[in-house]
Each structure stands twice: as C-alpha cells, then as structure tokens.
Design a protein around this ligand. Structure first.
Ligand code: CA
Length: 224
C-alpha cells in the first residue's frame, strides 16, 4: 500500500511517516501543496493523507484538482480542531474522511484501514490467485498451498505488484519504486534480496529474470 502524506509540519509529518511505515505502508511525504499536486498527477497512490493548511497551494485545491481529473483515490484530510468550515468544505470537495489535529496515530491507522476496506469492496475481486498462491491485498494475507505464510512487508509488496502484472516484464526501477518511498535509503541489491527470498518460498522458477530489464512472472492459468 502506497500512501502520499502531505504535511508541512516537520514534527507531525515525521511522526506520521514513521507510524505509517512501521504499520507496513510505503510512504511518500511531501511538504507543500504544489509538490502534492505534481505527485498526484504523475504517480499512483492507494491512499492520500492530506493536511489542508499548506504552503504554496491549499490542501483543498489539491483535493479539488484530483477530483476534477477523475482521480478517485481515497483521501483523508487533516484539519484544525476549531475549523468546522474546513471540514465541511473538505468533505464537500470529495474527501472520504477527516481527522482533527492533534490526532492519535492509532486512530489514523484505524481510519485508513476502514477506507481501504471500503475501497477494496468497491473495486471488487481484490484477491489475486496464481497457481497455489493467493494474496488478499485488503487483509494482507498470503496463502500458499492453502497455508497462510508470513512475508516481510517488502516481500508482500513485491509479490503483490508481480501478481498484479503477471505476464508483463517489470523494470527494476518500477519495482524498486513500488517497494520504497521517495527519499528512502535503498541498498543497490535490495530488490535482488527480496526476489531471492520469494524464490526460496515459491520455487526458483517462480520469478524469471529478464536480463538487462527486470523481472516477470508467467501469467497464471487461472488468469485471462
Ligand atoms: Ca499545515
């Protein structure tokens, strides 16, 4: 799950980024409205946590721009406690939920899970099946030969993106980007390590290396 966090307050932003990362999200954090607007135009996120009081471009404009483009990514807005008008305007502009500051991290995580469930339902058939592997993006459960297995969050994210794109070759850059947020330190062989671990679980042939480009998994027989 990739989240765009838009928050100009350093302390609050850092605390939120940490909490979300520890909970297994891949977090991209930007600190002004213009950068948020640009990021949303060029990248795909699963969720957006959007502060409304932002430098350069107000959060409400970022939200309105998204909805005008037809971008339906779930958005949770952060507002000041005293500002009822902000909350109303935010919800009227297409926000899916809101929290007032200061908020409890556990409440934020619970709200985001609720948003994910709502949207997973709306998207329908979110469970990915590939041979004897099944992955449920909403519950983060992976079954192999009908047994639940534990993957690290990066392994889960890698498996998820590979299954979603079975039959297509994914570049190393694309894969690395879907596993790590911007500005995160990434070891040059980090991707290889995750690929290696997944092969250990599911067999050497499960992920095929496409030399000079990246990786692919074969289209499953159950997939069209
Ligand atoms: Ca702010």
């Amino acid at each position: 799950m990739r989240i765009l966090l838009v928050e100009d307050d350093e302390l609050l932003g850092e605390g939120t980024r940490k909490g979300l990362t520890q909970d297994g999200y891949t977090v991209d954090w930007v600190k002004d409205g213009t950068l948020a607007d640009q990021a949303l135009k060029t990248e795909k996120f699963d969720l957006v946590v959007l502060d409304l009081g932002l430098p350069k471009l107000p959060g409400i404009t970022v939200l309105q721009n998204m909805r005008e483009r037809g971008d339906t990514t779930p958005v949770l807005i952060l507002t000041a406690r005293e500002s009822i008008e902000d909350r109303v305007l935010g919800l009227d502009s297409g926000a899916d939920d809101y929290l007032t500051k200061p908020f409890d991290l556990h409440e934020l995580l619970a709200r985001l899970r609720a948003l994910q469930r709502r949207f997973a339902g709306a998207r329908a058939a979110p469970i990915l099946v590939h041979g004897e592997i099944s992955l449920d993006p909403a519950s983060h459960v992976v079954l192999y030969k009908n047994e639940p297995i534990n993957l690290s969050r990066r392994e889960f994210a890698l498996l998820h993106v590979l299954l979603e794109n079975a039959g297509r070759v994914l570049s190393r850059e694309h894969l690395t980007q879907s596993l790590y947020g911007w500005g995160e330190e990434v070891d040059s062989n980090a991707l290889e390590v995750h690929v290696h671990n997944l092969r250990k679980r599911f067999g050497q042939d499960f992920i095929r290396t496409v030399r000079g480009i990246g990786y692919t998994i074969e289209k499953s027989k159950d997939q069209k």
